[in-house]
Write a protein that binds this ligand. Sequence first.
Ligand code: G3P
Ligand code: MG
Length: 252
Amino acid sequence: MVFEKKIIGHRGAAAHAPENTLVAFENARALNCHCIEFDVMLSVDGEAFVFHDDTLHRTTNGFGKFGLATSQYLKSLDAGRWFSKAFRGEKIPTFREVLEWLALSEMHANVEIKPFPGSTEQTTLAVLHHIRDYWPVGKALPLVSSFDVQALVMCHRLAPELPLGLLLHHWDEHWKRLADDLNCVSVHLNRHIATKSRVHAIKKAGFLVYVYTVNSKRLATKLFDWGVDAVFSDYLVLNMKTKYQLMVRRLI
Ligand code: G3P
Ligand code: MG
């Protein structure tokens, strides 16, 4: 087993380049990552962008709430300078642009539907329409995940061919019924709720287990020993030295 094969690039390659940008995805590819995870949100006028936070200030030079911003405003922002001067001018990519990038690469993808509060239905429909209309022919379909169960219910009903992943930030005793009902292929656990017995139970029920966000080789090794199938990491080389530790804390 090649260790790095079991690492999914979290928000692209969040420790190496500004998260959820095309340059982060390029970095993931350069670091031989085989699968990236990214988040999709909608602007107020309904365009799908790849972005994580509800607000703009942490990762852009903009202000206010993401879901209240127009696509024109979002496209004017710098989403790279906060990370380092070297990335000045990097833009918030649209979902369409990321799909175009994926079409030109071998990279697998985990699309996380991240609805701005109150926009579950519109965000899910936008993600499904984009995948239906622009997913590269012949490429393995993306794994679609969300913390928002309603988003997954819509995916299951409207696009049953899509592989789904149930994301759990807090442990939910009803995980099996949810994952079964939604015909999920995987259950994605916050590292704080990942225990050996839970991992074994999920595996025994026939689902893949992924854990986020794992930025230490020691934790990754323990999780793999328990049977975890892959981890989401900001670091695509988990034995990178500790000069980045402060940055990791900021990213998590
Ligand atoms: O999908 C795994 C992970 O990305 C979930 O947490 O907040 O980084 O989107 P978050
Ligand atoms: Mg995510």
